[in-house]
Design a protein. Structure first.
Length: 119
């Protein structure tokens, strides 16, 4: 079950970056599909391993902001992956394209069932 959830995080990140690069103005991808897979895999791994720790640490702020800081955490992870780790392959110019890319990835992971509890 954990391996499936990790796989779905990686798939949603890869698909989200691909869709954002095609549809969102201000998101440009300059690499090949293999590099898109690498970037998506790293983003998916960050969402799987780092995001729960950040959510736990920021719990008081998340309560005060009614969960809005969770979006800031997601934006930070996408920004870290795009502009810090892979600045030559993936360029996201501006906060609006960054937020749109983050929302696309979140929606894909939501529809893939990563936010629901299944038995």
């Amino acid at each position: 079950m954990i391996v499936l959830k990790l796989f779905l995080h990686i798939v949603s990140a890869i698909l989200g970056l691909f869709i954002a690069a095609k549809l969102v103005p201000g998101v440009d991808f300059f690499g090949n599909y293999f590099m898109l897979g690498v970037i998506g895999a790293i983003l998916g791994l960050a969402n799987f391993f780092i995001k729960p720790v950040l959510k736990a640490v920021s719990l008081p702020i998340r309560i005060i902001t009614l969960g809005l800081s969770g979006l800031i955490i997601n934006i930070g992870l996408v920004w870290m992956t795009a502009d810090v780790l892979f600045p030559k392959d993936l360029e996201i110019s501006g906060i609006i394209p960054l937020a749109e890319t983050t929302i696309i990835i979140w929606l894909l992971s939501f529809f893939l069932g990563l936010h629901g509890h299944r038995k």
